[in-house]
Write a protein that binds this ligand. Sequence first.
Ligand SMILES: Nc1ncnc2c1ncn2[C@@H]1O[C@H](COP(=O)(O)OS(=O)(=O)O)[C@@H](OP(=O)(O)O)[C@H]1O
Ligand SMILES: Nc1ncnc2c1ncn2[C@@H]1O[C@H](COP(=O)(O)OP(=O)(O)O)[C@@H](O)[C@H]1O
Length: 629
Amino acid sequence: MARNEEASAAVAAYLRQHESKRLLRFITCGSVDDGKSTLIGRLLHDSKLLLDDQLAALQSDSLRFGTQNGEIDFALLVDGLSAEREQGITIDVAYRFFGTDKRKFIVADCPGHEQYTRNMATGASTAELAVVLVDARKGLLTQTRRHSYIASLLGIRHVVLAVNKMDLVGYDQAVFDGIVDGYRELAAQLGIHNVVPIPVSALKGDNVLALSPAMPWYRGPALLGHLEEVDAADDARDIGFRMPVQWVSRPDQNFRGFAGTVAAGEIAPGAGVVALPSGRRSRVARIVTADGDLARAGAGRAVTLTLADEIDISRGDVIAAASDPPQVADQFAAHVLWMGEQPLLPGRSYWLKIGARTVAAQITEIKHKVDVNTQKQLAAKHLELNEVGYCNLYLDEPIAFEAYADNRELGGFVLIDRQDNATVAAGTIDFALRRAANIHWQHVDVDQAARARIKGQQARCLWFTGLSGSGKSTIANLVEKRLLAAGHHTYLLDGDNVRHGLNKDLGFTDEDRVENIRRVAEVAKLMVDAGLIVLVSFISPFRAERRMARDLFADGEFLEVFVDTPLEVAEKRDEKGLYAKARAGLIKNFTGIDSPYETPEAAEFVLDTGENTAEALAERLAAAVLRAD
Ligand SMILES: Nc1ncnc2c1ncn2[C@@H]1O[C@H](COP(=O)(O)OS(=O)(=O)O)[C@@H](OP(=O)(O)O)[C@H]1O
Ligand SMILES: Nc1ncnc2c1ncn2[C@@H]1O[C@H](COP(=O)(O)OP(=O)(O)O)[C@@H](O)[C@H]1O
């Protein structure tokens, strides 16, 4: 068994042994130079709960890599990977487990550098307390601000300000007091109300495990004592019972249970509950667990509920106290921390996962971004990796939620890229935007089928995509003529033309192209609803937006036509002289030159313009559309 697996098996056994003790999850923030790794190493070592094999490995590693002349180098305990050791920086979140007679701990050691903001956010999202390390010689730094801001953004309400390296400032109380005053001001701005400052020397062990005689002026607790005693239980607003449904358990005809982990409040058989977003009500019949039925269950407990009535509940719904249910909405103001390598583009569709629910979502507007170092608000059109934005979010379906400040499970979400399923953001809901509540879909009696029938056709969207000069307009124009000649009602939406009117405010940045395609897709949808055969001819270079357009239509209604012309050929044609200008640097963000074109992977039609004339291709396409009627 690899060393890591052995260690995690031992940790699991250890945690089981200490099951009855209260758990504190905390993070440490600060940089390697602040002595962060040394501090955690000392906590782990001095509390004598370091696993033996880890200690043996540590001694041999200290001789090889250590920076402490062969003494045990505690920093090596937490810097897990050899690549990190060679770089001398911690690059990932390392979780450590340790315990004392009074309490057990999980500590996430988060990297300090700005490019690791996303890693820190990952660690912070489950922690109740942050130990913020400050070097007594350097005082508060930009990174202290950044770490404290991210900690507060992710709902950490308790901070230990560990002023380290007190030995190097002669254990001077004035230095400590100065740093504490500065930090209290920062904490107040960030809304962190529980700050406990402790002067320490991680290297010497002063005030880490026991109070040090070197600082008789300090009257507070030692670090470990404080961590053992602090009551960091979520002191958020008390809310009623909530449980996101992870799955519906249906082993046979007679049993139907809803399994999940209680996110807030308490539940008992007989209690009135409501399923959201549907709003159906019932009562809890049983609380089933592997160890038998329970008389009540509270937050953190995994259970299966059975209800008195047969109501329709699916995975992702929330079962909540009927007397105090959460709100349901589809638009929010939220903070978003971007973790994707590609920037966040407003208007692009992502998956949003919250509780057990996954829905399609778009950021409709970035109100501002927040400089993580200064908390200044800056204007932004997109968000880059590790940036935080305050955004409006729109979901395709309503969800039950809580403000993140009230409940992390039902107020925290991640955004997932729809192409490659990578997690690209972590977010926290602030509040619901209520605009949607007053706008209802208006029912009309004449529908698309009726409108199309009277025209003797099936309404459709033919979506042409390809490079500039690939032949989209030429072929779409010929297809429209053929369809018209066959008595069909059509409309051609061409990028060049729409950009003169509806979209004249948009240029060619990635975010403007996303918005360009969003608008034209919505227009095409209305026209298809009007019963027309709509031809759309836009470069539409991104897969995500073509996918978004496709998703607006019913099955079979959207036909993607890839006008497949290699860049060299389109560039040689250069009817409008744009490629020459782009090559000369006179036009920026030109598709194929310095802006990407993502080739379709599953277009219904691929037109090879090298092998065929425009007429032949148009003829074939029109025939295929007419045949399908
Ligand atoms: N930077 C840059 N990149 C690409 N194209 C440019 C650019 N600047 C101007 N043009 C002209 O605009 C037409 C493309 O507009 P679209 O609306 O189809 O573009 S997009 O779908 O938003 O990518 C495109 O028309 P077509 O040649 O018909 O494709 C160009 O004539
Ligand atoms: N097989 C072909 N299919 C389409 N266009 C072709 C073909 N061969 C040459 N062309 C020429 O290429 C140019 C394509 O321009 P256009 O239709 O405006 O492209 P886009 O709308 O994609 O920018 C036209 O001048 C057209 O005559």
